[in-house]
Write a protein that binds this ligand. Structure first.
Ligand code: E4P
Length: 224
């Protein structure tokens, strides 16, 4: 499994990279909006410095037309670095952009995937990652488990090098279910990462062990 953080918040990245071996950081314009009026490229470069060149950084284009998206992609690659994964929403023009970017040897993450056909076409276009929007699918009564499993089968069947990057999570079960369905990667926002260890039994076990040690050896005693 590849595990990525779906945030552009520097404090969150610093905090969670201490505990988790992350494989990358993903963002979109709405995620970046949460950081306020930042110096965009300075901020993205800071994230790159924090995570290192060996991790993947995914940044989305904002233009909606072919030339504009390619210009956005070039600006991101120029101002951050050329290893960035360019996120492109999968619609008709987005698919043309994905094809063009792959022709130019650029790393691509196909995003805003709600339907089976979008993902299948993005695999066919050679996207490096495809990002199915799990929670948004559920909200639309689209079955994310079926869709992700279908992508996994297609990748296996065609020996494609595309990886499924599950995204848009609102709870932990959606994350683990994606992996069960064949997603090779997941990107998880701060609110859901904070739920990873929220089960009360975990904290209780830690407290019980500490209490049992203290009962024998005394309060504030350590093992060293
Ligand atoms: C990935 O980077 C996606 O853009 C993101 O997970 C979407 O999440 P949302 O559905 O919470 O906006």
């Amino acid at each position: 499994m590849e595990f990525m953080l779906d945030t552009a918040n520097l404090q969150a990245i610093e905090r969670f990279t201490q505990a988790f071996s992350i494989n990358g950081v993903t963002s979109n314009p709405s995620i970046l909006k949460k950081e306020g009026k930042i110096d965009l490229y300075a901020h993205l470069k800071k994230i790159r410095t924090m995570i290192g060149m060996e991790k993947s950084l995914h940044v989305q284009v904002v233009a909606k037309d072919f030339d504009g998206m390619l210009k956005d992609a070039e600006a991101i690659l120029e101002n951050v670095d050329r290893e960035v994964y360019i996120k492109v929403p999968v619609n008709e023009v987005g698919l043309a952009v994905i094809k063009e970017l792959k022709k130019r040897g650029v790393n691509v993450t196909a995003t805003a995937i709600y339907t089976q056909i979008q993902g299948l076409l993005a695999i066919h276009a050679g996207a490096d990652y495809i990002a199915p929007y799990y929670n948004r699918m559920e909200n639309l009564n689209i079955d994310p488990q079926f869709v992700i499993s279908s992508f996994a089968e297609e990748i296996h069947r065609t020996n494609a090098k595309t990886k499924i990057l599950g995204a848009s999570y609102k709870n932990v079960a959606q994350v683990t279910t994606s992996i069960d369905c064949g997603a090779q990667a997941v990107t998880v926002g701060v609110d859901v990462v904070e739920q990873f260890f929220a089960h009360p039994s975990i904290e209780k076990a830690v407290e019980d062990f500490a209490h049992d040690f203290e009962e024998i050896h005394g309060v504030n005693q350590t093992m060293s």
